[in-house]
Design a protein around this ligand. Structure first.
Ligand code: ZN
Ligand code: FE
Length: 255
């Protein structure tokens, strides 16, 4: 493993992921909701913040930016498509650009839909992707600023990542997502197994993340909209994946 990864929970259920690249000592906070709890956790780990990586502009992902920058001098990296809405941004990255984080390299993908400018950071060597509020374990983000075709295109980009990539998301929504997923994909054995696992983790007070992309490919209905079986389950046999995705997203909005 080439990145050390820790986390804290901020606000209600926001994950702030903390990354340390051991050869350089570079330390990043992904989507810091607030400054002081993040700083306290970093102090406890003995990690000195050098970077803030933002997936999108929402306040529960950027609320700590300015104060952390003031406290630590960290460089703030975020989506070019939304740079005017990322507080304190220093480096704005566009689709497919790479960013050197210590000795590691992150590749950025534009994955709009939840917001107009939303990016994922994919660390190929470390086999980790930070997907913000676009892809959750067993779920996906609400489409506040985008359309179903846009969101489906974004999820399809993430669907190209290797199965052994660990998925780090913005929120602990997995248990509620599992309940919904079982309503559209009730016969999926991998989903039933994951749902049971998630219940056990939550009962033990443990996080359900990271997941892996392989698990999500097998279980997440929002990534499975091109699956003929799922199309049949939602009453749209033979339909276009975008239509199936839109139907599943709509059902989740009303769930
Ligand atoms: Zn958000
Ligand atoms: Fe969020």
């Amino acid at each position: 493993m080439t990145l050390e990864i820790d986390h804290l929970i901020c606000l209600r259920d926001n994950f702030v992921w903390l990354l340390r690249e051991p050869r350089s000592g570079a330390v990043a906070a992904v989507d810091p909701s607030e400054a002081l709890p993040v700083k306290a956790k970093l102090d406890q780990l003995g990690w000195k913040l050098t970077h803030i990586l933002n997936t999108h502009h929402h306040n529960d992902h950027t609320g700590g930016n300015l104060e952390l920058k003031k406290l630590t001098g960290a460089t703030i990296v975020g989506p070019k498509a939304d740079q005017e809405r990322i507080p304190g941004i220093d480096v704005a990255l566009a689709d497919n650009e790479t960013y050197k984080f210590g000795e590691e390299t992150a590749r950025v993908y534009d994955i709009p839909g939840h917001t107009k400018g939303h990016i994922a950071f994919w660390f190929e060597q470390a086999k980790a992707v930070f997907a913000g509020d676009t892809l959750f374990s067993l779920g996906c983000g609400r489409m506040f600023e985008g359309t179903a075709p846009m969101m489906w295109a974004s999820l399809s980009k993430l669907h190209r990542l290797p199965g052994d990539t660990r998925l780090y998301c913005g929120h602990e929504y997995t248990q509620a997502n599992a309940k919904f997923a079982l309503t559209v994909d009730p016969d999926n054995a991998a989903l039933k197994k994951r749902a049971a696992e998630v219940d056990a983790l939550r009962a033990a007070g443990k996080p359900t993340l990271p997941s892996t992309m392989a698990v999500e490919y097998a279980t997440n209905p929002f990534l499975r909209a091109a699956d003929p079986g799922l199309a049949r389950q939602v009453g749209l046999p033979g339909a276009d994946p975008v239509a199936v995705f839109a139907e599943v997203r709509g059902r989740k909005d009303r769930f």
